[in-house]
Design a protein around this ligand. Structure first.
Ligand code: SAH
Ligand code: SF4
Ligand code: F3S
Length: 439
């Protein structure tokens, strides 16, 4: 038997890219590829890229430059660029970096096997179409390998919201939902392979409206169906838009036992003027009232969010409104970014904030977020939580997992297997994780 070819995939960006990388590895598995952890012994290198901020996109070119030596030593090595930079820049990537053999957009991964074959004949392969088909369905012939206890499952892709700063509607295309029965089958398959927790993914996951047996199904409807899957213990979803938090989804947070008390709900800014300029179509007030309703349904829910500072025209008063909102919500986690100009988006044309001012604002916001994050994490001490154990810890005998609130928890001398779900009493809170003991 000939040696299997080796595939090295490096993933940037969001969880959807993580899911897509797994699917690409499976698609190329059918071509005789096995994954390797090092680019040095690879026959094919794939960078699954992110275009969300300038830094993310530029990283791709510096990474590609580093493969020059490898390619010179090994002329048969094929180098591919997938993901959102591939979609956004297409052929331009091959022009800028001629060692690239293949460019594939996020909607065309099911065509990878043919594209790989094309590169083997010495040609270049490019596909950045948005075909009208469920690419995940085409990628189904996956090996029944054992899996870890947690998995991502993409249920929805694309976005129709067109926030003024964002490339996603251009790189991922229009909003599309997968049919419910396919998602449920995929979930059952994951559970058979050892998965206990599934995170449903979508750029706008709560806009999900996939075909169900009785017409379109909402995300809440889908979650209730998944709640019936035996052996599945936990359901999460990300990322949600405030305008798509429907009543049934809010209610499910209070009544659906497998749905975890954690919600990532980006707001971006606390200033109505900026929100309007961002084309967010919600106000700070409507966001705060929404969180009140979510907390009424599930009082202990841990909220997380995303923020952009230094958006064009952001004044000191606008920024103060963001700080005030953060203070009011008390996020358990929050991610904040300095505004990055994305060519082709409406905000790119507007007067930009002084980068130094933006830097200073980012530091202040992050300090506030860290303070709340720490306070909420510390408040877990003395409480009992449930931990899904994912892997051994750094110390001998230690096991680590996640609580329902997504806090990392480690337990010393824990006699538990990977995949076990156990009650743990939290005894202390560290920099980025909690420690506890089995109850
Ligand atoms: N679909 C999700 C996530 C989009 S990208 C949502 O709507 O929330 C993830 C985060 O990146 C966004 O929430 C936003 O905070 C940030 N982001 C997007 N475009 C950006 C830009 N041009 N500059 C800085 N941050 C950006
Ligand atoms: Fe981007 Fe806005 Fe769509 Fe989120 S909702 S993906 S931030 S355009
Ligand atoms: Fe990045 Fe594309 Fe995800 S731009 S954040 S990889 S959808």
């Amino acid at each position: 038997m000939s040696e299997p070819k080796k595939l090295f995939i490096k993933t940037y960006g969001c969880q959807m890219n993580v899911y897509d990388s797994e699917r690409m590895a499976e698609a190329l598995g059918g071509q005789g590829y096995v994954e390797t952890k090092s680019p040095d012994d690879a026959d094919m290198i794939l960078l699954n890229t992110c275009h969300i901020r300038e830094k993310a996109a530029e990283k791709v070119y510096s990474e590609l430059g580093r493969f020059k030596g490898l390619k010179a030593e090994k002329p048969d090595l094929k180098i591919g660029v997938a993901g959102c930079v591939a979609q956004a820049e297409g052929q331009e990537i091959m022009r800028r970096q001629p060692l690239v053999d293949l460019v594939v957009g996020p909607q065309s991964y099911h065509r990878l096997p043919e594209m790989e074959a094309k590169t083997r004949t010495g040609e270049k392969a490019l596909d950045t179409d948005f075909p009208e088909e469920d690419k995940f369905e085409k990628l189904k012939n996956r090996p029944k390998a054992k899996r870890g206890p947690t998995a991502f499952l993409t249920v929805q892709e694309g976005c129709d919201k067109f926030c003024a700063f964002c490339v996603v509607p251009y790189t991922r295309g229009a909003e599309v939902s997968r049919p419910a029965d396919r998602i449920i089958r995929e979930a059952q398959d994951l559970v058979e392979r050892g998965v206990r927790e599934i995170t449903l993914l979508g750029q706008n996951v709560n806009a999900y409206h996939g075909a169900g047996p009785n017409g379109d199904m909402t995300l809440a409807g889908l979650i209730w169906e998944l709640n019936k899957v035996d052996g599945l213990e936990r359901i999460r979803f990300t990322t949600s838009h405030p305008n798509d938090m429907t009543d049934d989804l809010i209610e499910a947070h209070g009544t659906c036992d497998k749905l975890m008390p954690y919600l990532h709900l980006p707001v971006q800014s606390g200033s109505d003027h900026i929100l309007k300029r961002m084309n967010r179509s919600h106000t700070a007030e409507s966001y705060l009232r929404l969180i009140e309703r979510i907390r009424a349904a599930r009082p202990d829910i841990l909220m997380s969010g995303d923020f952009i500072v230094g958006f064009p025209e952001e004044s000191d008063a606008d920024f103060q409104a963001t700080l005030d909102l953060v203070d009011e919500v008390q996020y358990g986690y929050a991610y904040s970014f300095k505004y990055s100009t994305r060519p082709g988006t409406p905000a790119a044309e507007r007067p930009q904030v002084d980068p130094q001012v933006a830097d200073e604002r980012l530091q202040r916001l992050q300090a506030l977020i860290t303070r709340d994050q720490r306070k909420i994490q510390d408040s877990m001490v003395g409480r009992n939580v449930h931990v899904l154990f994912e892997k051994p810890g750094r110390q001998q005998g230690q096991m680590v997992g996640k609580s329902e609130y997504l806090h990392a928890v480690h337990v010393a001398d824990a006699d538990v297997a990977v995949g076990a779900l156990r009650e743990v009493r939290i005894t202390s809170s560290g920099a980025n994780s909690l420690a506890g003991e089995l109850v």
